[in-house]
Design a protein around this ligand. Structure first.
Ligand SMILES: Cc1ncc(COP(=O)(O)O)c(C=O)c1O
Length: 401
């Protein structure tokens, strides 16, 4: 392979959330919290960024932009970035959108927090499916509104939508907006056209806002094809699509996300509370543009490597953790593993695996809002040798369970 995904890179001393932020993020604890393992001995399978260097084509673009030496106020005055991203959307998802709909935020979470405030006018409630990325709950809490959960149905590790329940909750007069995760974190589901159409019909029937968070749409198993909700809801203005190069190319720290907003009044409302006045970080812009223009081959390599990681993990679970239920996800580099065969209700699995296996992972209802008790999420975007070490430690810790 042209790119080396086996390389182990030391991330310490880079102020990485992954290496230095786990006490606060996973355990809500300060620097005094002690574990049975030293910080540098942990296998870190938690936050959703990768242990791989980004594509060399992107690093070259960053260097080239850095060599220019002037980093003054920057916005997208020409069409170069739009063309690069729109070409990507056309090529990958047979979908495109007009330039005026494209806005930028410093991360998808920032967009969602802002959008939910505007869409709901900070009243009523927000509908999400559970298990859920916890920042969707955060968007409701930040804006002082309620959130309503529709539990996904779990059939041997394969998750589907409970449409009756979803519609019942969507029909509640208080519900103003849906955050739809497509593909879904943490289950990795890539919703089929039929599933998306049914969700779209419900959203339209009750005239709800919908934010389709598609941040994971490029990291999918080889051969799969992402369907943007915007393709299904071609005629619906109350839809916002969130995409970004951050998960795909490991650029989360560069904080540039694409927010595609159909409704003009909503775009104006977003602008009126954008205190950066649309300014962008020039390094981030150069990196994102290079990603969409030149990152395809690297992404194919990444997907191939991740396919291998999941095949490895699947075999490992079957042979060494037989009571764990794991289904190779259709997308993302995250595994959603049912550990209920080993634990009683309400046990804190992050604490257990940190102390007994030296593995940092996220799981349960605190991290994933609901319908998540007894489940852990493992990040497999790392060299296979590290995964092997982590899974071996987990299997050893579960031996007497
Ligand atoms: C579904 C989903 N949305 C948003 C984010 C974070 O987006 P950002 O870093 O752009 O704020 C994540 C990160 O894990 C995610 O899984």
């Amino acid at each position: 392979m042209k790119y080396n995904f086996d390389e182990i890179i030391d991330r310490r001393n880079t102020n990485a959330l992954n290496t230095d932020g786990f006490r606060q993020y996973i355990f809500h604890a300060g620097p005094d919290k002690k574990f049975n393992y030293a910080d540098e001995d942990f296998v870190r399978m938690w936050v959703a960024d990768m242990e791989f260097k980004t594509a060399p084509e992107i690093i070259d673009a960053i260097k080239e932009r850095a060599d220019h030496g002037i980093f003054g106020y920057t916005r997208t005055f020409n069409d170069d970035y739009y063309n690069a991203f729109c070409d990507w959307c056309r090529k990958k998802y047979d979908w495109e959108f007009p330039k005026e709909e494209l806005m930028f935020t410093q991360g998808v979470v920032a967009a969602i927090y802002q959008l939910i405030g505007i869409m709901t006018e900070k009243k009523g409630s927000l509908l999400i499916t559970t298990p859920s990325y916890k920042q969707f709950r955060g968007a409701a809490q930040f804006n002082g509104i309620d959130y309503v959960c529709s539990d996904l149905i779990n059939t041997n590790g394969y998750f589907t939508i409970d449409f009756d329940d979803f519609e019942k909750k969507a029909s509640n007069k208080n519900v103003k907006a849906v955050i739809w995760c497509n593909p879904h974190n943490p289950t990795g589901r890539m919703w089929t056209e039929d599933e998306l159409k049914k969700v779209a019909d419900i959203v339209k029937k009750y005239n709800l806002w919908i934010i389709s968070d598609e941040i994971h749409c490029d990291v999918i198993r080889t051969g799969n094809k992402h369907i943007p909700m915007a393709k299904i809801m071609g005629d619906y203005d109350k839809l916002v699509t969130c995409m970004a190069p951050s998960k795909t190319f490991n650029l989360a720290g560069l904080m540039l996300s694409n927010i595609i907003i159909r409704d003009k009044a909503l775009r104006n409302a977003m602008r009126s509370t954008d205190f950066t006045s649309g300014s962008l970080n020039p390094i981030s812009l150069a990196a994102a543009q290079a990603a969409y223009e030149k990152g395809d081959e690297w992404l194919d390599g990444l997907k191939e490597y991740l396919d291998g990681n999941f095949a490895f993990a699947d075999k490992f679970f079957k042979e060494n953790m037989p009571k764990a239920n794991f289904y190779i996800p259709e997308s993302t580099y995250l595994a959603w593993v049912d550990m209920r065969g080993y634990f009683v209700k309400g046990e804190n699995l992050s604490e257990f695996f940190a102390n007994n296996a030296g593995v940092l992972l996220e799981g349960g209802n605190d991290m994933f809002v609901g319908n998540a008790d007894g489940f852990v999420r493992l990040n497999f975007a790392m060299p296979r040798s590290i995964i092997e070490k982590g899974l071996n430690r987990m299997a050893e810790a579960l031996k007497n369970k």
